[in-house]
Design a protein around this ligand. Structure first.
Ligand SMILES: [Ca+2]
Ligand SMILES: [Ca+2]
Length: 312
């Protein structure tokens, strides 16, 4: 008696990446509690790079009795049959003979238009909608994981964390004569990230500027000069270490940000900052805080303040 494997694959085509004229096609596998086997092929088609994926679940010693055979082949091995299925858009499963056909060293491969699950469910790394708060999920078949593309102020691996805006009116700060901006915590908690989102205006540490900046100075385009302090002007973000690097004028570098970044984020906070509702904070231009060469400064910038409370 001839023994068969019934190999089931359910798949569909999704995900178009229009950037750089790259198209990706994914096929997704059938439902199973068993770790499926992944297979993919990559080729050029009409100037596009095409990537096809299938997740296969084997049922040993079993032939799926489906009358609609899409195509039949003699193939070298199981993998060849899987690729034939991948290449056939109607193929949802296949029967593969475990022993070679009589008189040959090749195996029978039948592509099928259905599967043992009636393709009513599909196994996808994104099937259970792991991304929260409206985030979209993109499967990464090669390492059996996924990434979430989060909406709005949500972030984190599952879009569960949220940037929380704590100011109502824009917080504006000048560059000289103690012209700091003020905001206050809207609830009690531990802040472990804070970001400033630029709304309007510009600041500079020289009056004859060539380039206006949101957070710094014409002469320091790769640096920032913004400091968040408490009411006693004790620097909190980026904190003491940045100031110690440049005790003269309080310019500092922040990885990933520069003088004209749309927003700046302080997230390397060694200890979360415990705050109480109503506690007041200040945003300073560094030269104004330090009282050094501030009389030639010009401008004013306005920002929104977002934080992540640790309880979220
Ligand atoms: Ca100055
Ligand atoms: Ca000052």
């Amino acid at each position: 008696m001839k023994m068969h494997l019934s190999i089931t694959v359910a798949w569909f085509v999704s995900a178009l990446l229009s950037l750089s004229k790259v198209t990706q096609q994914f096929s997704e596998g059938s439902t199973s509690s068993v770790e499926p086997t992944s297979i993919y092929s990559q080729f050029e088609q009409g100037g596009y790079e095409v990537l096809q994926y299938g997740n296969f679940k084997e049922f040993l010693d079993h032939k799926l009795n489906i009358s609609q055979v899409l195509a039949s082949f003699l193939v070298k091995d199981y993998t060849d049959c899987a690729f034939k299925c991948l290449d056939n858009i109607g193929c949802l499963s296949f029967n593969f003979a475990t022993k070679p056909a009589i008189g040959t060293d090749q195996h029978s491969c039948h592509l099928l238009a259905s599967d043992r699950f009636n393709h009513s469910t599909h196994l996808s790394l994104c099937e259970n909608s792991p991304c929260q708060n409206g985030g979209s999920c993109r499967p990464l078949y090669q390492n059996k994981s996924f990434v979430c593309n989060c909406l709005g102020n949500y972030f984190g691996p599952l879009c569960k964390k949220v940037w929380h805006k704590i100011n109502t009116d824009p917080v504006c700060f000048g560059t000289r004569d103690e012209d700091f901006g003020s905001f206050e915590a809207d609830k009690t908690g531990n802040i472990h990230k804070i970001k400033l989102v630029h709304i309007s205006g510009s600041v500079n540490c020289i009056s004859d500027q060539v380039t206006s900046t949101k957070w710094s100075c014409d002469l320091h385009l790769n640096e920032l000069n913004i400091h968040i302090t408490d009411q006693n002007n004790i620097p909190l973000f980026p904190g003491r270490s940045a100031i110690n690097l440049n005790p003269h004028s309080f310019f500092y570098q922040l990885s990933g940000f520069d003088a004209n970044s749309p927003e700046i984020v302080f997230d390397s906070i060694p200890t979360p900052l415990a705050v109480t509702a109503g506690q007041k904070f200040r945003i300073w231009y560094g030269e104004d805080l330090r009282n050094v060469t501030e009389q030639d400064n010009i401008g004013k910038s306005c920002a929104d303040v977002y934080v992540v409370y640790q309880i979220e």
